[in-house]
Design a protein around this ligand. Sequence first.
Ligand SMILES: *[C@@H]1O[C@H](CO)[C@@H](O)[C@H](O)[C@H]1NC(C)=O
Ligand SMILES: *[C@@H]1O[C@H](CO)[C@@H](O)[C@H](O)[C@H]1NC(C)=O
Ligand SMILES: *[C@@H]1O[C@H](CO)[C@@H](O)[C@H](O)[C@H]1NC(C)=O
Ligand SMILES: *[C@@H]1O[C@H](CO)[C@@H](O)[C@H](O)[C@H]1NC(C)=O
Ligand SMILES: *[C@@H]1O[C@H](CO)[C@@H](O)[C@H](O)[C@H]1NC(C)=O
Ligand SMILES: *[C@@H]1O[C@H](CO)[C@@H](O)[C@H](O)[C@H]1NC(C)=O
Ligand SMILES: *[C@@H]1O[C@H](CO)[C@@H](O)[C@H](O)[C@H]1NC(C)=O
Ligand SMILES: *[C@@H]1O[C@H](CO)[C@@H](O)[C@H](O)[C@H]1NC(C)=O
Ligand SMILES: *[C@@H]1O[C@H](CO)[C@@H](O)[C@H](O)[C@H]1NC(C)=O
Length: 408
Amino acid sequence: MATSPFRYFISLFLLLLCFEACLRVGDAKVGCIERERQALLHFKQGVFDDYGLLSSWGDAEDKRDCCKWRGVECNNQTGHLIRLDLHAPFDRMGFTQSLRGILPTQLGNLSNLQFLDLGRNYAMTCGNLDWLSHLPSLTHLDLSLVNLSKAIHWPQAINKMPSLTELYLSGTQLPPIIPTISISHINSSTSLAVLDLSSNGLTSSIYPWSFNFSSSLVHLDLSSNELRGLIPDAFGDMTTLAYLRLSWNELRGSIPDAFGDMTTLAHLDLQSNHLNGSIPAAFGNMTTLAYLDLSSNELRGSIPDAFGDMTTLAYLDLSLNQLRGSIPDAFGDMTTLAHLDLHSNHLNGSIPDAFGNMTTLAYLDLSLNELRGSIPDAFGNMTSLAYLDLSRNQLEGLQLGCISRISR
Ligand SMILES: *[C@@H]1O[C@H](CO)[C@@H](O)[C@H](O)[C@H]1NC(C)=O
Ligand SMILES: *[C@@H]1O[C@H](CO)[C@@H](O)[C@H](O)[C@H]1NC(C)=O
Ligand SMILES: *[C@@H]1O[C@H](CO)[C@@H](O)[C@H](O)[C@H]1NC(C)=O
Ligand SMILES: *[C@@H]1O[C@H](CO)[C@@H](O)[C@H](O)[C@H]1NC(C)=O
Ligand SMILES: *[C@@H]1O[C@H](CO)[C@@H](O)[C@H](O)[C@H]1NC(C)=O
Ligand SMILES: *[C@@H]1O[C@H](CO)[C@@H](O)[C@H](O)[C@H]1NC(C)=O
Ligand SMILES: *[C@@H]1O[C@H](CO)[C@@H](O)[C@H](O)[C@H]1NC(C)=O
Ligand SMILES: *[C@@H]1O[C@H](CO)[C@@H](O)[C@H](O)[C@H]1NC(C)=O
Ligand SMILES: *[C@@H]1O[C@H](CO)[C@@H](O)[C@H](O)[C@H]1NC(C)=O
């Protein structure tokens, strides 16, 4: 088959075109996309920028390339905007420099966005989150402290985001999920790993929606809400969870035995609730736990010997409960513990000699208990100790006044 000179010419022309395009990519000259530049300009027009955070954004000739604007990052091959980071910075005196006004929904035109952070813009309000459904590539969304009190369909909006892996909606005055409204999970992300809904007024109607992400969640923060009643056993089914905070709620009843099944958990914070009953022995099976805070509850019974099996624990706070009986000798086996707080319980008996084996301990508070006997000689082995409070017990020894509240 013969190639006509004309076709040869066309091929050469196309090759040159490509060459030109490739050069432009090499020089990173791919400017931003006009439609996306307009969306950003609309955004700037729609907000009050009291601190001049968007001063690099504008129409002037030297500002034409929106990929160079503050907080903006484009894909250098396609020119599409992929990151927008406008989280409110702190000034030198620690005040938040928030953008103010109603969040412009033109952000929905940034169709290739993968990362959006508007966190800490507490003076900003967002009426609805429908525009999020135009951002199918978004993996990271932070709207912490933005006022979302009017965004009643927020769960539906989130469910339409197929790529989301990290969602931060702390302190956004989120309206409660209305149980009667059916929520479709079509297109909902199956890979949501981080869910932070802390410091909202959420009630237990949040559970069914959040348990839909059970198989992917790694980090779940529901602290400082208005969760009441028992802790659902369903938490035990979250088999990938590493971080769980349910602190500062109104939770009651016992800690479910099912928690012993959460064998991936590294951080568990249940402090400041009304949990009663005794600490489940099943905790001994949580062999990945590094941080455990059960303080400020109404827990009863004694501290299980099984705690000695938690050989990865670095932080343990059981203070301000109703715990009785003696401190288990098994504590000596927790050789990774750095922080131990058992203050304000009814613990009796003497301090176990085994404490001498906790050579990594930096913080120890056993004050306000009913401990008796003398301070073990083995205390001399705790060479990392920087804070010690043994006051308000019935311990012997005149030197006690010196040993309590040492601070190196
Ligand atoms: C384009 O982006 C890639 C990936 O982010 C980066 O490795 C590369 O250095 C960039 N190229 C230019 C010319 O900026
Ligand atoms: C995109 O921008 C146009 C023009 O500003 C606007 O009318 C439209 O609502 C925007 N689309 C979305 C999804 O926000
Ligand atoms: C949040 O917005 C609503 C109305 O949209 C308003 O009534 C409320 O006061 C705002 N909250 C704060 C803390 O500004
Ligand atoms: C689900 O996603 C597909 C592809 O992104 C889209 O075409 C479809 O409209 C979406 N469905 C819903 C219910 O959002
Ligand atoms: C998913 O969410 C819906 C509605 O919120 C709920 O009815 C359903 O039980 C949830 N499914 C799972 C597996 O949690
Ligand atoms: C624990 O709390 C539950 C629920 O509030 C209550 O029914 C139960 O009597 C309490 N148990 C104890 C031992 O106080
Ligand atoms: C710990 O796990 C083992 C094996 O799964 C189980 O047999 C045992 O009963 C568990 N211990 C407690 C106290 O739940
Ligand atoms: C410690 O307290 C437990 C339970 O309150 C009690 O049974 C035990 O006799 C006490 N032991 C000592 C040594 O006072
Ligand atoms: C401290 O640990 C050593 C070695 O594991 C052990 O032999 C000893 O009995 C422990 N001391 C106490 C007081 O538990």
